[in-house]
Write a protein that binds this ligand. Sequence first.
Ligand SMILES: Nc1nc2c(ncn2[C@@H]2O[C@H](COP(=O)(O)OP(=O)(O)OP(=O)(O)O)[C@@H](O)[C@H]2O)c(=O)[nH]1
Ligand SMILES: [Mg+2]
Length: 462
Amino acid sequence: MSDARETIAAISTPLGEGAIGIVRVSGNRAFDIASQIFRDLSGQRKRDLKPWGVRYGSIVDPETGEHIDEALAIAMPAPYSFTREDVVEFSCHGGVSVLMKVLELVIRLGARLAEPGEFTKRAFLAGRIDLSQAEAVIDIIRAKTDSARRLALANLRGDLSSRVNRIRDNVLTLIAHIEASIDFPDEAVDAMDVEDMVERAEEAVAALKELADAGMSSRVYRDGVSVVFVGRPNVGKSSLFNALVGKARAIVTDIPGTTRDVIDDWISIKGVPLRLVDTAGMRETGNLIEQLGVEAANRQAEEADLVIAVIDGSRPVCDEELDMLTQVADKSGVVAINKCDLECFVNEESLMPYAGDKKILRMSAKTGEGLRELEEALAGLAVERITGTSESPVMANLRQLEAVQNAMHSMKEAKDALGRGVLPDLVAIDIHEALFWLDQITGRSASEDLMDKIFSEFCIGK
Ligand SMILES: Nc1nc2c(ncn2[C@@H]2O[C@H](COP(=O)(O)OP(=O)(O)OP(=O)(O)O)[C@@H](O)[C@H]2O)c(=O)[nH]1
Ligand SMILES: [Mg+2]
């Protein structure tokens, strides 16, 4: 692992052209390095940093005297910074070469390039945030909708941690009771005590179950609901896809078999992110490339949360179309009879036996008719996936959910064992296991490997 005493630096804004770009420096040499390169506008005199203040000045190469940029510098002394170390941030002009040059200078003066997520890792190691809060930082950056951002922010403020810690306190009390009965076997545990313990274990199981549900329901906000267009070639899947995303993302032609790759884009309806996926038209084909496209389309349809099964309304329904509907009969979604601006050869009733629970809607990608109804139907289905599971969702990623499930499993075992009168030593093993899993969430018991894996998902500079 990298040495935490080293001073680290990175460009913390995306590389590209922007009004402002930030170079961040953290560690006990941060102020010293800054004082060597930060000058007044003439470049002659050192510009002293003001703790908690913003100073305007020039960044100058102390060896050559070359002016590199005009910048604002913010100094945040330890321990009141994100990393709890001395931190300086230079807000420069947002160009690649400016930022690279400033970073180069800072590194030449003794800082080292930060690893991905290293600033956040230092905040974690310094005890400023726990692991679930560190993970919330990634979630905030990746949030695609307002609801996802709000849930991620709640975690940064400790929502998940405090729920976990409340359960943990309960579990700790239980362990204390049990271990007391191991240490002082003479004062035999009476029936009342055991009942009390079983009750506590039950409470913990229920709280873990609630947390697991709350976490599951938030996955919709976090990962979105996937909606896959399926149908025969040329029915207008790509046209509808483009109409919903509001731009010409997919190529549309009158040649059947136009789309071959899987194309996706995000839209948001009622705060729920929907990942729309356009696919190749389903048909038997001798063309290898198209065939691969069709196979990918089948896979997407299988994995989708929702499907939009598109039928061309301007021609009579054929067997292949009915086969396609049968194939996705179990899926939630919508059957879209497209091209309703043309003379119609398809009636809803004939499709009903093949549609499953799906609503059958008429629409036209060309005129926009029926698109609002399609959006409303999708929003309703997406919201259905959220409600009914939990009233107070909490953002939880797969790792955290798995840990909650494992903790719940161990607590259940412990509860059953207590009820059966199993020896306290053995019950304690299960409860310690539950504790271990809870501590994986907050990072109390996280291994170095696990931390490295989590922080490697961050971008550099965060
Ligand atoms: N009149 C009319 N034409 C449409 C409508 N939607 C799509 N089309 C036309 O139908 C043809 C096929 O449209 P696409 O959107 O490429 O169809 P697709 O289902 O994606 O086709 P593949 O990618 O080949 O599977 C194009 O010529 C579109 O302009 C519609 O609502 N009305
Ligand atoms: Mg297409």
